[in-house]
Design a protein around this ligand. Structure first.
Ligand code: AMP
Ligand code: TRP
Length: 336
């Protein structure tokens, strides 16, 4: 059986990269009829400082985004991580399985810790172990994520394999990443070499899932491009490497239109960017507008969101409990 798990951090406004790289794919997997768990990873969020009131609001916002994008809370299990203690319990075991050398290679830690590594939280360092626990406590087999999570999923496989080898038991499956080539890495609107990110100080760098039509229009209008016309697929049109901003806008268009890059180039190649940006604005407003509206409607009723999370957590605990029990017995912990 295919069991899908994915997580999103409640650390700020969700953006087009989160939507196209991750959340939209969750909705597609639901159409395939998979048993899936989607988790708002509040315990990962606090590996860097979070204001408590904002953390709570952001947890509800991510939940609202899941629902507004089309995830059904009956057919899927939607919950926040801290309500299911099994994640933290398995993470401790994994802290004792993963090697320091493995964690030292994690590029996300290096990026997030920055220059002052001594001052980063210990939680940030062992973040990938908790992520492996999120997935493996449900024996999940498939994990839809954006490209930036590839290395963490490789570590998850290493942990599963080492655990199985060390204890001579086939407890954990080897997880498959589900990374679509398309839109796996949406770049900043201000700098085509940086990924679109919640933590970018410039709000102009990203389109938020709940931006209104005016905000979307002004961000796309001001998005960085170059003086050349829209790439048309010929060598003269350049490449992703030579024209990262131009190709990023084309890829956003293709992802929103559910078209290939070649199709978009056939339609828009050679046009002036001012004209293409207008078409992109119309498309983005048509796709994101209804989701943003629905998010607002849902967020006006926090009690409903909290009840979705509570019942999701209850269902998640029921799946995790026997797995954790098996792991503890395998390790040699006494159980009643
Ligand atoms: P995060 O916001 O880091 O919790 O990411 C949530 C999900 O969105 C993960 O699956 C990420 O890989 C994905 N994601 C984040 N930023 C981008 C981006 N710029 N392009 C594509 N996917 C992204
Ligand atoms: N690390 C992921 C991110 O930053 C979020 C995450 C936490 C996750 N646990 C997970 C993603 C488990 C997939 C599966 O995007």
């Amino acid at each position: 059986m295919k069991r899908v798990f994915s997580g999103v951090q409640p650390t700020g406004s969700l953006h087009l990269g989160n939507y196209l790289g991750a959340i939209r794919n969750f909705v597609r997997l639901q159409e395939e009829g998979n048993e899936s768990l989607y988790c708002v990873v509040d315990m990962h969020a606090i590996t860097v400082w979070q204001d408590p009131a904002e953390l709570a609001a952001n947890t509800r916002e991510v939940t609202a985004a899941f629902l507004a994008a089309g995830l059904d809370a009956e057919r899927n299990i939607i919950f926040n991580q801290s309500q299911v203690a099994a994640h933290a319990e398995l993470a401790w075991i994994f802290n004792c399985v993963a090697r320091i050398g493995w964690l030292n290679r994690m590029t996300q830690f290096k990026e997030k810790a920055g220059k002052n590594r001594e001052n980063a939280s210990v939680g940030l360092y062992v973040y990938p172990n908790l992520m492996a626990a999120d997935i493996l406590v449900y024996k999940a087999t498939h994990v839809p994520v954006g490209d930036d999570q590839k290395q963490h999923l490789e570590l998850c496989r290493d942990i599963a394999q080492k655990f199985n080898n060390d204890f001579g038991a086939e407890v954990f499956p080897l997880v498959e990443p589900l990374i679509r080539d398309h839109a796996a890495r949406i770049m900043s609107l201000r700098d085509g070499t940086k990924k679109m990110s919640k933590s970018d100080p410039s709000d102009q760098s990203r389109i938020s899932m709940n931006d209104g039509a005016d905000a979307i229009a002004s961000k796309i209008r001001r998005a960085r491009t170059d003086p050349e016309p829209v790439p048309d697929g010929t060598p003269a049109g350049g490449t992703r490497e030579t024209r990262p901003e131009a190709f990023n806008l084309l890829e956003i268009y293709a992802a929103l239109a559910d078209a290939t890059l070649a199709e978009v180039q056939a339609e828009h190649g050679g046009k002036l960017f001012s004209e293409f940006k207008q078409a992109l604005t119309d498309l983005a407003v048509a796709r994101l507008g209804p989701i943003g509206e629905e998010m607002k409607r849902l967020q006006a009723d926090p009690a409903h969101i909290d009840s979705v999370l509570a019942s999701g957590a209850e269902r998640a605990r029921a799946i995790a409990a026997p797995v954790l029990d098996e792991v503890f017995r395998t390790v040699g912990f006494l159980r009643p």
